[in-house]
Design a protein around this ligand. Structure first.
Ligand code: HEC
Length: 146
């Protein structure tokens, strides 16, 4: 993110360009999120598309502030290590990163991304998997943190 050009492959770089175009207005900052609240379903009705009854958790920030304007607002989550933090969204309703990216583009931006665009964004998101004590966190087990 500081501009080093050799770190990402061509595919990942294209994913980053797409990410900047479609996602970075909300997922910004060093952790790619965590700095603001946004409505889940800003461009299209997420809850209708998901189906099922509305739950108390679906109210989001409204549960804390009791202000109508905060209904369905959630903290924009960080995308660091997002490859490993499935299932996605506050309701855990989405199992794969591909589906999470596709749904985000649709409900937040009113945009149908192609499979190629989704794959590139996912390739970029996978570069956000970090290391702890020299090991990829995807290889770590609970005992490594004790
Ligand atoms: C209008 C603001 C906004 C935009 C634009 C946006 N997001 Fe999000 N994103 C959110 C919010 C808010 C959530 C939390 C939703 C929830 O928990 O129900 C979220 C959740 C996610 C998650 C799930 C993270 C987790 O740990 O559960 C992923 C992955 C994600 N966004 C990726 C993207 C991608 C990729 C794009 C671009 C295609 C994008 N987002 C565009 C606001 C946005």
């Amino acid at each position: 993110m500081r501009g080093s050009e050799e770190i990402l492959t061509a595919n990942e770089t294209q994913g980053y360009e797409l990410f900047k175009e479609h996602c970075a207005s909300c997922h910004f900052g060093p952790a790619l999120g965590g700095l603001s609240f946004e409505k889940m379903g800003r461009a299209q009705n997420y809850f209708e598309q998901r189906g099922g009854a509305l739950t108390e958790a679906d109210n989001g920030r409204f549960n804390v502030t009791k202000l109508e304007k905060d209904r369905h607002q959630f903290k924009v989550p960080t995308l660091r290590n997002v490859e490993l933090t499935y299932p996605y969204f506050h309701d855990g309703s989405v199992a794969t990163l591909e589906d999470a990216v596709k749904i985000m583009a649709r409900v937040q931006r009113d945009k149908n991304l192609s499979k190629d665009e989704i794959d590139k964004i996912v390739a970029f998101l996978k570069t956000l998997t970090g290391e702890y004590q020299g090991k990829s966190v995807s290889l770590l087990q609970e005992k490594d943190f004790q």
